[in-house]
Design a protein around this ligand. Sequence first.
Ligand code: NCD
Length: 360
Amino acid sequence: MISDYPHLIDLADHPVSWWNGLLELGQEIMKNPALYANSCRGKIMGTLFYEPSTRTQMSFQTAMLRLGGTIIGFDNPQTSSVAKGENLKDTTKIVSGYSDVLVIRHPTAGAAKAAALTADCPVINAGDGGHLHPTQTLTDLLTLKCEKGRLSGLTLGLCGDLLNGRTVHSLCKAMACYPDNHFILISAKELAMPSYIKDYIRAHGGTFEEMTSLEDAIPKLDMLYMTRVQRERFDDPAVYDALKDTYVLDTKKMKLAKPDMIVMHPLPRVDEIEIAVDDDPRALYFKQAKYGMYVRMALILTMLQSKKKTELLSGAVHPGIKCANEKCITRKEEYLPKSFIGKGTTLTCEYCDERLLLKH
Ligand code: NCD
């Protein structure tokens, strides 16, 4: 299914040259914001936030306001008709008709793609469940570009909830597309990186190793990306409690790191970075959040100027097959075409990337 609009559902849907263009534009805007103050005059951005957010929502909103545009939307679906049982299709259809660009965050994997199927304007994925978070990755890429001076030849440590953390999924997929990056995946075994992301890294020429000790990994790193354990994705609170404090970055561990290693975190922080680390000049997470505003300005501008169509579904519809992922949007919004990409006996859901093994 080809949509008439440009969308950002997954960075992998666009070439690396397009991401690089956004980073360059973000840097240009950062240098001279006044030049862009009226670039989106008369345009309206709709924000549909079905999940809590501080940075993503406010950086998108300020980005649009700083470009001279205006904003509508909700940050609590309970104050919209969603509380009356309205489905994602209808909400999207209506609000996209009022807006020039739509930004959506949803607790369910694949929701942004599902929204784009019916939207009458470009859709930007601001986080879909534990799946992807492409605009956080653009933020991370701009931070690395400005602070490390390069996006290749880096040893990147990702630590915490690698299973449910959408930011690390998008970041690994993106950084694997630049040459000579090595990933050190630091997590408890229960929260390890999904195999589809590890396969993606391999397929794109990246290398990775998995470790459980942050102390052992930290001396090797050019960048450490800390993440919180994603409480809202756990069905059993006892499992969350058992895992939530596995990794804490403190000043003692920072002493083991290279003098030019940088610490990033998508935020919010819970307890995984001790407050005292904030005073270390290598702690860049607050600066990182500001880069996010500039790269989102670049993204909004680009989406509003682009006439590109987007291929949303390219596989085959299998009405009788359910996605194996209970947290996939196709399990909640049953009208959605159950579209899979087929490869041998494996089908991959086109909304959430979950793989399904066919029995013969
Ligand atoms: C992240 C998210 O929502 O996935 N936050 C953000 O957008 N900056 C990370 C998180 O919630 O842990």
